[in-house]
Design a protein around this ligand. Structure first.
Ligand code: FES
Length: 87
């Protein structure tokens, strides 16, 4: 996680602690944790839960990609589970 000596929010030792939404200071770790824990399905829910995207709005495309990626992974897991049960 971010170390006290860090001067940048993009240093390689801080992966996951990097801000996705700079305005609201929401990190990638926080977004992923919220999406997975709460099963977030859309950008509106993510914004309501984290506040991300409510400033300059320039991060909303990136926020949507996190939601889309979770949905895609969930579908893959679901299909894999079905295939396991069949086979
Ligand atoms: S960077 Fe997220 S609202 Fe500005």
């Amino acid at each position: 996680m971010m170390e006290l000596s860090c001067q940048s929010d993009r240093c390689s030792r801080c992966i996951g602690s990097e801000y996705v939404c700079h305005c609201l200071k929401v990190t990638e770790d926080s977004l992923i944790d919220t999406i997975v824990t709460l099963g977030i399905r859309n950008l509106r829910e993510l914004r309501q839960q984290t506040g991300a995207g409510d400033g300059c709005m320039s991060c909303r495309i990136r926020l949507q990609k996190y939601v889309d990626e979770y949905a895609r992974c969930e579908q893959v897991e679901s299909v894999a589970m079905e295939l396991t049960m069949v086979g």
